[in-house]
Design a protein around this ligand. Structure first.
Ligand SMILES: [Ca+2]
Ligand SMILES: [Ca+2]
Ligand SMILES: [Ca+2]
Ligand SMILES: [Ca+2]
Length: 702
C-alpha cells in the first residue's frame, strides 16, 4: 500500500509541477502558491475508518481540533493547509491521541518524550545554509553577551523559611526513592503519583541566603522557573500571574489579595507580602550584579486559575463569564474544555491565526508583563525583572509574540526575551519575536559528541550550520544549556547514550508495567569526566552558557522529576542517601571554567574560528579572538591523550599560557584557575590534550 501511495503522489506531483515534493515524504504534498507560501496536503490512514483525525502543528498553534482531516475514497484522511516557508513541526491527532507521522522519517523531540514530525518548506527552512544569515536592525541586549546563566526551580533550590512551607513538605535531605507516609495514602504509590506531586519548601528567602554561593560559583544571570501562584512544585499550572506564590513568600496572602482584585483592571492589583519579598530579593540580586529573568507561561494555566474557576463555576451560564472567551470551552453543561496537548489539567488559552483570540486576555498578559518589568510603574524598569523565558511559545501564534515583544521593549529596551524552542529556530530569530532561544540544538550536538555518538567533525559541522542559520546578534546571546528541568541530568544522559536527547529517559515503568531500561543509578566517574568535557565546550563556545542548578555539584537523575531533586548543600545534614553527595572536584572544575569565561572577553564576545575538527582522533580545536587576546580551546573526546600540532604561524606574536587542563583541574580539586596557569612550552602547546578532556591556552599580543 505504501508503495502504491508513493506512485500516486509522484504522479500527482508531476501533473502539478511540484518542485519541492522530492524532499517530502509520501504523506506530504506541497504546491507552491505564492512567494514563500505553499499549500500542503497531509495524508494519514488510521486503523479505524470511523476515527476522528486532525493535523496540528506550528502552523495552527498546535490546536488539536482546528484542522480536521477528511476521509477519502482510498481510506486515507487528508487536509490541505496554506503554510509559510520555514521549518514546521506537526503531529496527527487520532481520536484524541497525538502521534507523529509514520511515513515521515524527519522527526525532532517534542519536549514531552515524544517526537514531532518535521516539514521543511522553501529556502527559509533549508537544513544547511551556506551563507551567514544577516538580519539588519535586530538589536539584542548587550549584557546578555556576558551572561553566565544559572537556572533555578525555587521549590528545589533552598528552603530559607519553614513557615511558608506547603502541607506535606518533604524533608530536604530525605532519600529521594523513599516515600513519606502521606505519599502512600489515597491509593497512591511512588509512581502513582507521589513522586510527581512532592514539594520541598524551597523559597525566596532560601534564594536570598544562597546569593554568596552563586557569587562564588561565578554566574551572573538567573533564570527562575515560574514564580507566580500555582499549586504544583513547578508552577507551570498558574492560579494567577498577578502574585508571587505564597509558598515562596508569605503563606496565604495570594488568595487574600486575589479576592479584592479585578483581573481585567490592573489598577486594582496590589503588592502583597510575597510580591514585596520577591521585589526585595530581586533588588538584592541586582545590587549583587545579577540579571534575573522569570518564566512567562502564556499558553495555558492551571485549573485553579481565577479566570478559569469563574467560567467553570457558572455552570450552564459559563458563557456569561467575562473570561469565557479566554479558553476553548467545548461545552458549558456538561463542562468540557480543551487542555494543553496531552496535559488534561492545564486549560489552554484560545487562539486564532494571529495570536490569542481574546482581546481582554491579550491585554491582561500585557498588563502582567508591565507589572513585573516596572513594578512601581514610574517608567524606570530598574526595579523589575530583566526579561522573560517563554514556555512553549510555539503553541501561541507568532502574531501575539510580535506584539508582546513591542510591549516588553517599550518598558525596557534592554530586556532579554528567550523562547523555549527545541527545534531549529530560524523563524523565531528575525528580530520580531525573541532575542534568542534556549539552545537545545547546541545541547543535542555537544552531548552526542561527548557520549561518542558523533565525531568532532560532525559536531563542528552542526554548530557551524546553527551559526549560519541564526543572525549573529542572536547567536551571541543564545542560552547555551546542556540540561534543564525538562531533561535528565547532564551526567545521567551521558551515562545513557544512544537514546536521543530527552528521549526514553524516564525511569517510570511503561503503561504496560514493563520496567524502564534507563539506568538511573549513580553515574560512573567516566560519565562525570565526559560531562566536564561538555561543560568545557559550553563555557568557551559562542553564546551564553546556562547551568541547571545542581549540575555543578554533580547531581544526577533521569527525566523529571528525578532531575529536580533538592539541591545538595554543604552546610545541611548529609542526604539520607549516601550516594547523594557534593562532588567537590566536579564543582572546582565548574568554578574554574566559569571564571575563565568571566575573565576573558574573547571567550564571551570573540570571533569563532575552527582550527581542527579531526574525525579520526576525535579532536576539536577552535579559537576565540577579540582585540589583543586569543584563546585556543583544544578538546579531545577520544579515550586516549591526543597530540595536535598547529602551524607555527598560529602561535607567533603572542605570549601563550595554559589556562586550563582537565586532569590538573580535577587533581587540584579546589585550586583556582589562576594557579593552574603556566607558560606554554614551545612545541608542547597542544601536545597532550587529556583523554576526554580539554586544554585551553590564552595568548596575549606581544
Ligand atoms: Ca519554605
Ligand atoms: Ca502556593
Ligand atoms: Ca520602576
Ligand atoms: Ca523530558
Amino acid at each position: 500500500m505504501r508503495r502504491f501511495l508513493h506512485f500516486v503522489l509522484v504522479a500527482f506531483a508531476i501533473t502539478h509541477g511540484v518542485s519541492a515534493a522530492a524532499a517530502n515524504p509520501p504523506s506530504i504534498e506541497v504546491v507552491s502558491v505564492a512567494p514563500a507560501k505553499s499549500t500542503v496536503t497531509f495524508s494519514y490512514r488510521p486503523e479505524r475508518a470511523e476515527a476522528k483525525v486532525f493535523v496540528a502543528g506550528d502552523f495552527n498553534g498546535w490546536n488539536p481540533t482546528a484542522t480536521p482531516m477528511e476521509r477519502m475514497g482510498d481510506g486515507y484522511f487528508r487536509a490541505t493547509v496554506e503554510i509559510a516557508d520555514g521549518r514546521h513541526g506537526y503531529k496527527f491527532v487520532v481520536d484524541g491521541k497525538w502521534i507523529s507521522d509514520p511515513l515521515n522519517p524527519t522527526r525532532e523531540p517534542d519536549g514531552h518524550d515524544g517526537f514531532n514530525s518535521v516539514l521543511v518548506l522553501g529556502k527559509g527552512g533549508a537544513d544547511e545554509p551556506t551563507e551567514q544569515r544577516v538580519v539588519e536592525g535586530f538589536a539584542t541586549p548587550d549584557w546578555a553577551r556576558d551572561a553566565i546563566w544559572y537556572q533555578i526551580m525555587l521549590d528545589r533550590f533552598a528552603n530559607g523559611d519553614t513557615t511558608n512551607d506547603p502541607p506535606n513538605t518533604r524533608p530536604w535531605t530525605s532519600a529521594w526513592r523513599e516515600t513519606s507516609v502521606w505519599e502512600t495514602t489515597d491509593g497512591q504509590s511512588f509512581w502513582q503519583w507521589a513522586v510527581f506531586h512532592r514539594q520541598y519548601g524551597g523559597d525566596l528567602e532560601g534564594l536570598r541566603t544562597r546569593i554568596p554561593y552563586l557569587k562564588a560559583l561565578g554566574v551572573n544571570a538567573i533564570y527562575l522557573n515560574p514564580v507566580f501562584e500555582a499549586p504544583s512544585h513547578h508552577k507551570y499550572d498558574a492560579t494567577n500571574f498577578v502574585h508571587i506564590d505564597d509558598n515562596f513568600g508569605s503563606k496565604g496572602d495570594a488568595e487574600m489579595s486575589a479576592a479584592n482584585e479585578d483581573l481585567l483592571d490592573a489598577s486594582t492589583w496590589g503588592f502583597n507580602q510575597s510580591d514585596r519579598l520577591f521585589l526585595e530579593v530581586l533588588g538584592e540580586l541586582k545590587a549583587a550584579g545579577f540579571r534575573v529573568i522569570v518564566d512567562g507561561v502564556f499558553n495555558h494555566v492551571g485549573e485553579t486559575h481565577v479566570a478559569f474557576v469563574d467560567v467553570r463555576g457558572r455552570g450552564a451560564e459559563g458563557g456569561a463569564s467575562p473570561y469565557a472567551d479566554w479558553f476553548e470551552i467545548e461545552s458549558f453543561e456538561p463542562f468540557v474544555y480543551r487542555g494543553w496537548a496531552g496535559f488534561g489539567q492545564l486549560p489552554a488559552f484560545r487562539k486564532d491565526s494571529d495570536g490569542l483570540a481574546s482581546a481582554t486576555l491579550t491585554k491582561h498578559i500585557m498588563d502582567v508583563t508591565r507589572r513585573w518589568m516596572d513594578p512601581n510603574g514610574d517608567g524606570d524598569p530598574s526595579d523589575g525583572v530583566d526579561g522573560w523565558r517563554l514556555d512553549v511559545p510555539n503553541e501561541v501564534p507568532m502574531g501575539f509574540w510580535r506584539d508582546w515583544r513591542k510591549t516588553v521593549k517599550e518598558v525596557n529596551p534592554d530586556a532579554y526575551v528567550v523562547g523555549e524552542i527545541w527545534k531549529r529556530a530560524d523563524d523565531w530569530l528575525d528580530g520580531g519575536t525573541f532575542d534568542a532561544v534556549m539552545n537545545y540544538q547546541f545541547a543535542m550536538a555537544v552531548v552526542s559528541w561527548v557520549s561518542g555518538e558523533i565525531t568532532a567533525a560532525e559536531l563542528d559541522k552542526r554548530l557551524a550550520v546553527l551559526r549560519r542559520a541564526y543572525p549573529a546578534q542572536a547567536t551571541e546571546v543564545m542560552q547555551n544549556l546542556l540540561a534543564g528541568h525538562d531533561t535528565d541530568r547532564l551526567v545521567s544522559m551521558i551515562a545513557n547514550p544512544g537514546r536521543g536527547y530527552d528521549r526514553a529517559n524516564s525511569e517510570r515503568p511503561t503503561s504496560t508495567g514493563a520496567p524502564s531500561t534507563y539506568d538511573g543509578s549513580k553515574p560512573s566517574d567516566e560519565a562525570y569526566r565526559e560531562a566536564l568535557l561538555a561543560v568545557a565546550v559550553q563555557m568557551t563556545y559562542v553564546g551564553a552558557p546556562m547551568i541547571w542548578y545542581g549540575d555543578e555539584v554533580g547531581m544526577w537523575g533521569s527525566d523529571d522529576p528525578f532531575c529536580r531533586k533538592p539541591m545538595l548543600w554543604a552546610d545541611l545534614p548529609p542526604n539520607a542517601d549516601p550516594e547523594e553527595r557534593i562532588r567537590e572536584g566536579h564543582l572546582a572544575v565548574y568554578r574554574a571554567l566559569v571564571q575563565l569565561r568571566s575573565e576573558s572577553p574573547a571567550l564571551r564576545r570573540g570571533a569563532f574560528r575552527t582550527l581542527v575538527a579531526d574525525e579520526a582522533r576525535n579532536v576539536w580545536v577552535f579559537e576565540r579572538s577579540r582585540g589583543d587576546e586569543r584563546v585556543i580551546v583544544a578538546l579531545n573526546a577520544s579515550g586516549e591523550p591526543q597530540t595536535v600540532e598547529l602551524p607555527e604561524s598560529e602561535w607567533n606574536g603572542f605570549d601563550w599560557r595554559v589556562m586550563f587542563e582537565s586532569d590538573r583541574a580535577v587533581r587540584d580539586e579546589g585550586a583556582a584557575a589562576k594557579s593552574a596557569q603556566q607558560p606554554a612550552q614551545k612545541g608542547d602547546r597542544l601536545a597532550t590534550i587529556p583523554r576526554q578532556g580539554a586544554r585551553i591556552l590564552r595568548g596575549v599580543k606581544k
